[in-house]
Design a protein around this ligand. Sequence first.
Ligand code: ZN
Length: 234
Amino acid sequence: MNGDVILRIDDIGRKNYFRIIPSMLEELVKREMPYVLGVIACELEKDNNYITSLDRREEIEFALHGYYHEKDTQGNPEFKLLSKDEARVLIKKGKSIMQEKLDVTPTTFIPPWNSASAATKNALVEEGFKVFSGIDKYETSPLISLGCNASTATFGPHALVPLEKIKDDLQISLDQRGYCVIMIHPQDYLVDDIGDQHKPEVDPEKYKQFTSLLDYLGNTNSNITTFKEMATTF
Ligand SMILES: [Zn+2]
């Protein structure tokens, strides 16, 4: 199995993930696999956030994954309906808090719920972004579009995807595109509470999906990489 694989871990910053994130990252570091963390920028406003104290920073790409990561009163994702100016305000704010707290300038944008307006893409270009990783219906943009091609869970209802299905999706994407972006959420591996809430405790049964996936990838010839790295090859 040849091709580039990106492990895109979304929703970084949410407070209930302080146990699972370090443990997931340890698994990746152990296997010397690079990865992308999609950071919810507003979480960096809080002091003592676990994101700012992560080790082995040089192997991580930090991507911007929305500012507030919220839906409006009609249920529209944060960037879905924004004008260029509205989007630019949030993107600029997100970029500057990441520069201040993480000492990185993000070049990849992952829209919350994978959804953004065409105007958002124009705002991203003006803010120096290179890669857009979401559902992309707008083809005329200098941004490199690398959406997600496989996922470790489904949402509504939230349920883990069987490992065999992930392997199939991975193979299909590598055959069709030569790369595969795997969308991962830390909450996939936590103990469920009522509704869409999760307790901070890791569910060992669910967590096996993550380590098995990494072991599987480690035994293939695929090249685990980041958006930042891939952008240099376009
Ligand atoms: Zn998200």
